[in-house]
Design a protein around this ligand. Sequence first.
Ligand SMILES: [Mg+2]
Length: 218
Amino acid sequence: MGWGAGRGGCISMVEAILFDLDETLYAPGALLIQAVDRAITAFVAQRLSLDWKRADALRVRLWTEHGATVRGLQMLCDCEPRDLHAFCAKRVDPADYLAPDPTLRTCLAALAPAKYVFTNAAQRYSRQALTALGVADLFRGVFAVEFMGYRPKPDPLPYRWVLDALAVAPEHVLMVDDNPPNLRPAAQLGMRTLLVGSRPDPDGHPRVPSVLEVSHAL
Ligand SMILES: [Mg+2]
């Protein structure tokens, strides 16, 4: 088990760690996320009959405003999230872009708390990505968008469902994510939070430059 400073300066034990997947377990800007973004842009272009440039700009805007492009699309055009995930699954295989990462494996294996993935991606894609990185066996479970009822982070509801499934008090759960808005509901529910990477963060979550340094925060 990992130990660290909890709220109010008391020491609390971390029993479970929730890792985001994309751009948390692998580097931001990797070829995989570029391929995913291209597939989402293609879906937006097709669904809304937009040229590529406009579709790509809309994808970025919806992601920025809603935390997940699919959330914005649902409001904009009554898009069915399953359709977007199916569309992307046909076009992107994480195995084409990710390779086994022995350093990541060593760092994750050294973390004693139970490890889970909590991602807005689909279950199949997530399993493919974890397998490609060579770390699938280190995770006790994957909370993917199907588990979340297609209500992606930062919708607060799936965070409650994840806590219920874990049956661990929120103060003993650490959430690790590269996207600051995704950490806000976790903190509001009493979870510990850790921001990975360099995105601007108005909430001031504890931060590490990469997932390889999560152990330093425990
Ligand atoms: Mg991410």
